[in-house]
Design a protein around this ligand. Structure first.
Ligand code: ADP
Length: 269
């Protein structure tokens, strides 16, 4: 199958900055060209959403992002009939809009959504590429420029909330993790404007705190929190206060754990 990129490459200024970890950009582009759905796995705040916005902009595709939550039902994605001025009118949901118009539809934290979401995704994620709209009786065929991307954090998985193999095996999957130290420093420096030597100390601390994951902590410090912390310091906040607010408090509510984390932070910052 031959495809032509829909638009000429955009000027780099328009494209959200993303620093790749491996071959994920080539994989995304190939999956898009061959009309394959993509699953991104990895901890929170490691760059999955940034990656999708970077790739959508690079390929000149419209992007529609949905943050899934435990109340999100299939109708929130496909659409529903609403009362408007005395009339009942059908209003497309974000997934239906993306299927009608083409572009990338990104469902963030898909495992959070209700079980009926899988039912609408299944015919869309195999070679049929169809979206059945039961309520309107339509059967939409996804155009070649449509791509479904979903993400989840395997760290949060439990028996009640996990992606079933029957759903997982419908996607090409990419595993994400935090960048190696030198690259993470470059990202945090670029995002915050803080000097490299100061960022390096924050990243050292993040690496130490991440090593505690599974013992006292459910999740380690994300790159997102590192960027927040660096932004606070760059704006003039004392480093220790910024570290506490952006890298310790968001990690735990347990006083003992917090005290232990602060001790680690005090020894490095
Ligand atoms: P996720 O979707 O995995 O929860 P995000 O994509 O929202 O995480 O990443 C959080 C922030 O971390 C981004 O807004 C960006 O500032 C930064 N970031 C993380 N990884 C990268 C990367 N590889 N390149 C550029 N920025 C990154």
């Amino acid at each position: 199958m031959n495809f032509v990129l829909p638009n000429a490459p955009r000027p780099t200024a328009d494209i959200p900055h993303y620093r790749p970890l491996g071959n994920e950009c080539a994989l995304f582009e190939t999956a898009w060209i061959r009309q394959l759905p993509l699953l991104l796995k990895g901890p929170t705040g490691c760059g999955k959403t940034r990656f999708v916005s970077h790739m959508a902009a690079r390929l000149g595709l419209p992007l529609s992002t949905v943050s899934c939550h435990d109340d999100l039902a299939a109708a929130d994605l496909t659409g529903r009939y609403l009362l408007k001025g005395g009339d009942t009118v059908w209003v497309d949901g974000p997934l239906t809009r993306a299927v009608r118009e083409g572009g990338v539809c990104y469902l963030d934290e898909i495992v959070e959504a209700r079980k009926d979401v899988a039912v609408v995704l299944h015919p869309l994620t195999d070679d049929r590429r169809m979206l059945p709209l039961e309520r309107t009786g339509e059967m939409l065929e996804a155009p070649s420029g449509f791509m479904l991307v979903v993400s989840y954090n395997p760290g949060y998985q439990n028996l009640l909330k996990s992606l079933k193999p029957s759903t997982r095996q419908r996607f090409v999957a990419i595993e994400f993790d935090f960048l190696p130290k030198a690259q993470e420093i470059a990202v945090v420096e670029a995002e915050s404007g803080l000097a490299e030597c100061q960022v390096a100390r924050l990243v050292d601390l993040a690496v130490r705190l991440r090593a505690l994951k599974g013992h006292d902590l459910e999740e380690g410090v994300s790159t997102r929190l590192l960027v927040y912390c660096a932004c606070l310091i760059d704006a003039g906040m004392p480093a220790k206060e910024a570290v506490r607010a952006a890298m310790i408090e968001p990690l735990t509510d347990e006083p003992d754990v917090r005290a232990a984390l602060l001790e680690v932070a005090d020894s490095l910052i």
